[in-house]
Design a protein around this ligand. Structure first.
Ligand SMILES: NC(=O)c1ccc[n+]([C@@H]2O[C@H](COP(=O)([O-])OP(=O)(O)OC[C@H]3O[C@@H](n4cnc5c(N)ncnc54)[C@H](OP(=O)(O)O)[C@@H]3O)[C@@H](O)[C@H]2O)c1
Length: 319
């Protein structure tokens, strides 16, 4: 199959590109910066320069393509690339794909977007889901919770570097999924017509609270020093969101804060993965667990630190 991936340089997108190529498909990627995307070319993808904020060359990019996968996301929304502009780009991408007669469109949404339609990031995802369903194209919608890879920057690195770990709001529990596992579902979706025209949750199998994650990282790091944790109350997060809305240049971070509030609300973010696994013929036991993921990460990092002759401070204090 000829597959176009939009968002191929991202955390999830790069794993999809790698897996789809490994499964024997031809991949082209729409990228904003060819130099930063060079690694995708080295893996066998063909690069097309383009931007969701300006899709003039879309007909050319879609020529000969059978399936489109989009994982594009504006993150916190910087430099004119906002959740609204990326959403508008995805909207044009869906319209263009329909016009070009694309056989399958795979869209990356967000877990529970239907429960929080008034939170901008989630409402926009829900609108795109509706547009795609009404387009008449075959589709698959994936709704990820959060990615295991994000735990590294949020918890593992600060604990390894003995810096502060920030915990937002109430301790929400999240079932994180590995982007490698998620990529497997995207690639399978290309050749499994029985999963088409459906929406699937992408979740890990176990819920983790921030304190449990800090405890696990502390155990695996095995440093003499107790991790430093600073808790940001939900009220402060709400205040920051309101304050950001006053200023044009921070308006888009206000939308991001609003999304963070959902994540930090104390509500659990995890789905039963059995229906998704059954539909795709993937064993639940094949999904990466937090212990496996962090265990491998800390083993690798501690080996590197040993090679560098790094010596942690001797006293176990909270300071
Ligand atoms: N991260 C999570 O925990 C999480 C949770 C639930 C759902 N999701 C969804 O999962 C998807 C993937 O998330 P991720 O964490 O892998 O995202 P990511 O790492 O931030 O990657 C975003 C990708 O979108 C591309 N992009 C951004 N603006 C673009 C534009 N104007 N035109 C073309 N490409 C553009 C980026 O390209 P550049 O390299 O050029 O910046 C990058 O490849 C997103 O749709 C997100 O909403 C993520």
């Amino acid at each position: 199959m000829n597959v176009l991936v939009v968002g191929g340089t991202g955390t999830l997108g790069r794993q999809i590109v790698k897996k789809v190529i490994a499964d024997g498909h031809s991949v082209r990627c729409l990228v904003r910066d060819r130099v930063r995307a060079q690694f995708l070319e080295e893996w066998g993808a063909v690069l097309y320069k383009g931007d969701l904020n300006n899709l003039e060359n879309l007909p050319e990019v879609l020529e000969g393509v059978d399936a489109v996968i989009t994982t594009a996301s504006a993150g916190a929304g910087l430099k004119g690339n906002t959740i609204y502009s990326v959403d508008r780009g995805n909207q044009v991408l869906i319209e263009g794909a329909k016009k070009a007669g694309i056989k399958l469109f795979i869209f990356t949404s967000i877990f529970k977007c239907d429960q929080y339609p008034n939170v901008p990031l989630m409402g926009l995802k829900l609108d795109r889901e509706k547009q795609l369903k009404a387009s008449g194209m075959n589709y698959v919608i994936f709704r990820p919770t959060a990615f295991l890879q994000g735990v590294i920057s949020q918890y593992a690195i600060p604990i390894l570097e003995q810096k502060t770990v920030w915990v937002l709001g109430e301790p929400s529990s999240v079932a994180y999924i590995s982007t490698l596992d998620a990529a497997r579902f995207y690639s399978l979706a290309l050749t499994k017509p029985e999963v088409h025209n459906q929406t699937f949750a992408l979740s890990g199998t176990e819920l983790w609270t921030p304190d449990e994650l800090i405890g696990l990282c502390d155990e695996l790091a095995d440093w003499p020093r107790v991790p430093k944790v600073t808790r940001l109350p939900l009220s402060l997060l709400k205040f920051m969101r309101k304050a950001a809305k006053y200023f044009e240049w921070t308006r888009y971070s206000a939308d991001f804060f609003e999304f963070s509030e959902v994540i930090a609300s104390g509500e659990s973010f995890g789905a039963d993965m059995q229906p998704t696994c059954d539909a795709f013929g993937v064993g639940m036991g094949e999904l990466t667990t937090m212990e496996q993921f962090l265990g491998e990460y800390f083993t690798k990092m501690k080996r590197k630190l040993r090679e560098m002759n790094y010596k942690p401070p001797k006293v176990r204090t909270p300071f």
